[in-house]
Design a protein around this ligand. Sequence first.
Ligand SMILES: Nc1nc2c(ncn2[C@@H]2O[C@H](COP(=O)(O)OP(=O)(O)OP(=O)(O)O)[C@@H](O)[C@H]2O)c(=O)[nH]1
Ligand SMILES: [Zn+2]
Length: 344
Amino acid sequence: MAGRLPDESDFRTRPGKRGSRPRTKTRPDHDDAVSGLVTGVDRGRYTLLIDEDGPDEHTISAMKARELTRQRAVCGDRVDVVGDTSGDEGSLARIVRITERSTVLRRTADDTDPYERIVVANADQLVIVTALADPEPRTRMIDRCVVAAYDAGMDVLLCLTKADLASPDALRDLYEPIGVSVVTTSQDADGRITPLETVRAALAGRTSVFVGHSGVGKSTLVNALVPGARRTTGVVNDVTGRGRQTSTSAVALRLPEHEGSRGWVIDTPGVRSFGLAHVQTENLLTAFDDLADVADGCPRGCTHLEGSPDCELDAWTEGSEDEPTRAARLARVDSFRRLLAARS
Ligand SMILES: Nc1nc2c(ncn2[C@@H]2O[C@H](COP(=O)(O)OP(=O)(O)OP(=O)(O)O)[C@@H](O)[C@H]2O)c(=O)[nH]1
Ligand SMILES: [Zn+2]
């Protein structure tokens, strides 16, 4: 199995003039470090939440310590910090360690870019916000987001907005069979988003990354979910092309408690699509465990795409005992191949 592509963490100990200098023998091991959660990153300045849900919960500013060299912390990272962790005006702590990540959502600039960036760490759900109309939904774009999420080992929630304008049925039928949860929302005459409780239930106790194209209603939704989030909404000024703040870095926003559990929303204003050069077929197969067993019997290097010689997925479909089974298997294989093909 081919490994993942290189990312920034792979460039740590390149030997060179600086690297050959003798290091300080007694490196501090930072016994006094406290842990924090990265909730925002802005030009090398990190916002961290210390003692989440504890008696001493507070927000601080931090920089990366030099010993982290090329490693970058991202939104959602759990880190260890030393120095002034009071959070007092003007205080600045230092991040000395990034805790091992449970998931990483990666993207490449496009499908041929060999360099991948980590967008968010430790999230367990990708929320794809798509309008049912105005702007029209684009299934290829949704497919690509699903691939990025499955590759990262994250679940997918498809949030279909503007259900007051068009029916969600076709998209529901396309995505529910491939393990995607679907919720629909509308905006009522007073501007309220309904049913918000259904969305809250789907987010409770999880860390959810929100992605969506401009105008789909992502900011409206995030503002409704997180009181005080104040994400900029509206339409770009047609004349100047401006009229709103254009922040591009991810921020983590804490959800109010829902039936005893909270959760995090990570809004990613800069992320509107995913380059998928880094995605491995094997990772995608883990989201289709019935097909993974079948594909075990494929010839070495099988792409599993339509027309791939001796692909076991075709034999599996053909070998169905009756017509309903054949139709169901074919639908599974077609869905998997559609996602595979969304990569290029
Ligand atoms: N009809 C209808 N309009 C909606 C709904 N949700 C949001 N809108 C409107 O859609 C427009 C765009 O909403 P935003 O929340 O600014 O969209 P966005 O996805 O955040 O877009 P950017 O700010 O460009 O990232 C606003 O005029 C909203 O009032 C909905 O459920 N139904
Ligand atoms: Zn195959």
